[in-house]
Ligand binder design. Sequence first.
Ligand code: NDP
Length: 401
Amino acid sequence: MAKVVCVLYDDPVDGYPKSYARDDLPKIERYPGGQTLPTPKAIDFQPGTLLGSVSGELGLRKYLESLGHTLVVTSDKDGANSQLERELHDAEIVISQPFWPAYLTAERIAKAPKLKLALTAGIGSDHVDLQAAIDRGVTVAEVTYCNSISVSEHVVMMILGLVRNYIPSYQWVVQGGWNIADCVTRSYDVEGMHVGTVAAGRIGLAVLRRLKPFDMHLHYTDRHRLPAEVEHELGLTWHATREEMYGVCDVVTLNCPLHPETEHMINEETLKLFKRGAYLVNTARGKLCDRDAIGRALENGQLAGYAGDVWFPQPAPKDHPWRTMPHHGMTPHISGTSLSAQARYAAGVREILECWFEGRPIRDEYLIVQGGALAGTGAHSYSKGNATGGSEEAAKFRKAG
Ligand code: NDP
């Protein structure tokens, strides 16, 4: 029987919810493009409830225990004395969410001789040392598409929030002010602006589609070009390189995976290519950007604003400079874990586990690594290697209290 270790974020500070703001979730039939939503044989949770925190357990306990497996759920994931480290020696499956990632470094994989499956309840498996997983024959899978639309909505919100100067204006209200001039000296319309996405995959394309009605000029760069009819329908301008795209954009949004090729692609040098006063929105991965270069660009005005919900490491230490840099609109990593998204990825995790235990193949679109090589979505979108370096810093969050 397998030991399954599931690393989830903490419950709300005032306890696991007893009631919710809304009674149900809208029914989504299919993802754009036709991929079906997760198809587990059954689920043991109520969609719309909090599943991603420790007490939510992704709705997995009944199912796993009915098969005789052991489920350990913890949020204690960082540092040598963490519960995750203590559980690794006999864990067969580690489930984790990118929002509160169980960094599976090569050292940790070595401490987990029985580990066979690293399962991401969400999208983005860069918290796993993919090279080490390849070398050890560990399967890595994620729930492709489960929260891509959720993230695209967050991107649009953040672009509007930054350009229109929403957060500082909200703060004036909370402080009892009516400081219109203070609010609007940094407030613009997005209409007529040029917005460009680095990568037009599921999220990037959904962002472009959502911004089209705002009458913005739409740009993208990607390794593969979109079909001509999509370019035509949305009026897209394609750029062969991201460097070429930066200079024409008022707003840049990053929507590519983190892997060794994309790590720190936004840095001191590439920021010089941006228009002065550009806005940068990054909900993809914190490590796509050089942390300190972002802070400097906001201070010297090269960037007018930066927003996103991804940091490195996660949770971000209390003294992470992105918490206090000027003109930012950061949230903790939440865009892909709305209650709506949780219902989808909890069902996707259940589907993958059912396949795993019943010896059925996992959908190709969910696979990142299998049989000692990149596979499925992983073979298409990732490159070999490791992007977990420096993740041990996440332990600073709890230490700082
Ligand atoms: P997709 O796989 O649909 O899209 C990724 C796109 O990135 C693909 O079009 C791929 O190109 C492109 N790409 C890969 N490498 C490069 C590169 N070097 N330069 C330019 N483009 C590149 O994934 P999603 O859109 O669903 O998700 C994208 C990323 O967003 C995830 O990897 C994850 O890191 C992040 N994410 C964040 C979430 C959050 O909660 N904040 C939740 C979900 C995802 P091609 O296919 O043409 O090779």
